[in-house]
Design a protein around this ligand. Sequence first.
Ligand SMILES: Cc1ncc(COP(=O)(O)O)c(C=O)c1O
Length: 391
Amino acid sequence: MRLGTIAIHGAHPESHKVPGSPVVFPIYQTSNFYLGEHEYESILHEKAHEINMYTRLGNPTCRNAAEKFAALHGAESAELFASGMGAVAATLLTFLSAGDSIVTSLDNYGGTVTLLNSELVRLGIEVINVEPNNLQQIRQAIKPNTKVLFFETITNPLLKIPNIPEIVKIGKNCGLKVIIDNTFATACNFRPLQHGADLVLESSTKYLGGHSDCVGGFVAGSKELMQKVWHTAVYFGVSADPFAAFLVERGMKTLPLRIERHNQNAMLLANFLAEHKAISKLIFPGLATHADHTVAKQLLQGFGGMISFVVKGGNAAGLKLIEKLRFPVEATSLGGVESLIEMPFNTSHAVLTQEQQEKVGIVPGFVRLSVGIEDIDDLLNDFKQALALLK
Ligand SMILES: Cc1ncc(COP(=O)(O)O)c(C=O)c1O
């Protein structure tokens, strides 16, 4: 099956062919399940994750969504957790202990940066930061205590594209786990497991749910690794809620359609903004001017829906642009059907001084845009009118 079919029918379409059964997988809104002989046997043989016993350990609605995610990535197994951060935390805590180190990107998502540099460091884990698109730096950063390489497919908000197949080779040579946060790409634009990564995770709050109405996070990989991640997640208590799982699974049905449109709209808007005289810099991996364009073209099916740009006139001009736009919603997060716009200086990077912000590339006037799936002519006209008001 192709992704467009898996997204709708899941991994086992024929299993639903039972007369009288619902077309849509229902919400098992229950915290616990009747126990019988099979359940007691499973508990005894440490297979509690495979049965219906207690929703923190497993629930059919959550399992149904996770199986679809696994199928999209060609994985043996997957789990859905309470949030993207729940997925990141459970995964990293599974493979890192006090005294170990992790080599990771300088510009991960802000929540992940805090988890790494504050929580994991507090637990005695060393965090080594590198430029995600500098393979030599990654190679040199690995130490005898390194256990994990962790990278995002497309970084936030600078949209750098690490060469994941090459990172996988480095990791395999050193016996490390390679874990990829694929939130910005989704399986439609990149499938890390097909390039040898050990685990892929995504915040389903973004493109998978796709409607800015639910929070969650998936992890997928081999059965053996996922059993370990499941164990950590269950005891740290980041299991998913069945209602959120229902919404995510429903959203996933239109994922390939939406991603196709996000890709198209972002490409057209990026081309328009790149030429506009009110914009001093545009960052989009689909444009030849992007530093990692060659890698992006080689690896990605599509360049995604995220665009970053710098407005002439600094932060005041950026804020004015946002105020004058009719359609993009001034809000954090990304991957919704509606365009979402924000400035990192007063959101994700607000705790940094201006000097620190500039050091990581957040110069005055830096805007991050999650391009939605609105009609592209309306988006283009909206940006035209709002940019014209900046003079
Ligand atoms: C790349 C990336 N990973 C993880 C997360 C965390 O996801 P959540 O907000 O669902 O916890 C985010 C959230 O923005 C993200 O952008």
